[in-house]
Design a protein around this ligand. Structure first.
Ligand SMILES: Nc1ncnc2c1ncn2[C@@H]1O[C@H](COP(=O)(O)OP(=O)(O)OP(=O)(O)O)[C@@H](O)[C@H]1O
Ligand SMILES: [Mg+2]
Length: 393
């Protein structure tokens, strides 16, 4: 048996073994390369894994809270959050440029200041429309004669000659509330009176104040009164007053509290307002039915002026105003006024513009009665469709 084995070994040629070893070595090298490849892939995966894990951790973190610095005291600061609560907080690391009024981001649990937010340009400018002297004059208003007179009494005199009231020992009217349907000319009236009295027109829209500038409503109200003082004579115009001035309910959900704080600020500004001279305050609403009676008390909006839809004569006047610069041919404004019962001034303006566009499309040089009649159908027809949609939705 042993002999047999010996003969077998002896039978295997040397070069065969050599060949075999070379092959094995080749295989080892191949496997080595593969191992290296897998190793490098593995470390790549590890990096990827860490990255995703970090991302996941970031995602799991609660959002940061935004607050306004009230005061910096050494390594701490007093911060007010949007609910009006004040906290004494620490900095994660001291940030350059943090001062009273800076907006910062804080962690939810520990309220550590982690970020200084960039300053908004002029926070007052974004929420207000400021016109040094509006272009709209009384001549651009059709009808509303009685309303103009009422406004003049309540606004012009106290604005331009407050001393007359002082001399007589009577108090000037405080605020005027314009109410009426949409498009009847409330904003137009307020602008025209600013034009007449050479006043700065400062407009804020109450609904935006509470919806867009959450947490800043009350502060913005304060800013408006401050700005009015700087720019006097000035008229503060608060549009859509109902958005903050609705009868208060007991519901104190977050949104409501915001509205209430804004309203409270307005009331307190108005109460301190009597002493201010050369500033008038006008508000507008188309929901007089829901206005809080606290706003209508003496010293606040104690003058109410209804701005009604125009009657036929007034509609004719409004047609004349808005078509004054148009090239008309055989246009009977009286007939147009008769065809537009219960249309507002804004609708009449839209009709005039539409008639112009129709003529443009037909490439005619003049605007005819037919253009106007088609425009009325288009503008009023659209309104009716919208109303029907509202009724069925
Ligand atoms: N009596 C009017 N005379 C001339 N133009 C008018 C008249 N009423 C409204 N208009 C036109 O319609 C436009 C819109 O009117 P305005 O914005 O003053 O209405 P409003 O009563 O403030 O409406 P809203 O309640 O929707 O704010 C005005 O810019 C003006 O061009
Ligand atoms: Mg308006």
């Amino acid at each position: 048996m042993a002999e047999e084995n010996n003969t077998m070994v002896r039978k295997t040629p040397i070069f065969d073994i050599y060949d075999y070893v070379t092959k094995l070595e080749e295989q080892v090298r191949l496997l080595q390369t593969e191992k290296n490849l897998i190793k490098s892939k593995n470390s790549q995966m590890e990096i990827e894994f860490q990255k995703i894990r970090k991302e996941l951790e970031e995602m799991r973190k609660p959002p940061l809270i935004v607050g306004t610095i009230q005061e910096v005291i050494n390594d701490t600061a007093i911060v007010k959050n949007s609910n009006g609560l004040e906290f004494l907080v620490e900095f994660e690391k001291k940030q350059e440029g943090i001062k009273a009024g800076s907006k910062v981001a804080m962690t939810q649990r520990s309220l550590k200041v982690v970020k200084l937010l960039p300053e908004t340009k002029d926070p007052r400018a974004k929420a207000m429309e400021i016109i040094e002297k509006p272009d709209e004059s009384f001549e651009t208003i059709g009808g509303l004669k009685k309303e103009i007179t009422e406004l003049e009494e309540a606004v012009t005199l106290p604005l331009t000659s407050p001393e007359k009231f002082e001399k007589l020992g009577i108090e000037a009217p405080s605020g005027v509330l314009l109410f009426g349907e949409t498009g009847t000319g409330k904003t137009l009236l307020a602008k025209a009176i600013a034009n007449k009295t050479n006043s700065t027109f400062i407009k804020i829209t109450a609904s935006e104040l509470v919806r867009k500038y959450i947490g800043e409503g009350a502060e913005l109200v304060r800013d408006v009164f401050k700005l009015a003082e700087e720019k006097k004579p000035s008229i503060i115009f608060i549009d859509e007053l109902d958005a903050i001035g609705t009868t208060r309910t007991d519901d104190t959900s977050g949104g409501d509290r915001e509205v209430q704080r804004t309203l409270m600020q307005l009331l307190s500004e108005m109460d301190g307002f009597r002493k201010r001279k050369n500033i008038a305050i006008i508000a507008a609403t188309n929901r007089i039915d829901v206005i809080d009676s606290a706003l209508l008390r003496p010293g606040r909006f104690d003058r109410m002026v209804e701005v009604p839809l125009p009657d036929v004569n007034e509609r004719e006047e409004i047609f004349a105003i808005h078509s004054a610069l148009m090239s008309l041919q055989n246009v009977n404004l009286r007939e147009l006024a008769e065809l537009t019962e219960s249309s507002s001034g804004a609708e009449i303006k839209a009709i005039c513009m539409e008639a112009g566009i129709l003529a443009l499309r037909e490439e005619t040089d003049f605007i005819s009665q037919e253009h106007f009649i088609q425009a009325i159908e288009k503008v009023i027809g659209k309104e009716e469709e919208e109303n029907e949609d509202k009724m069925f939705s």
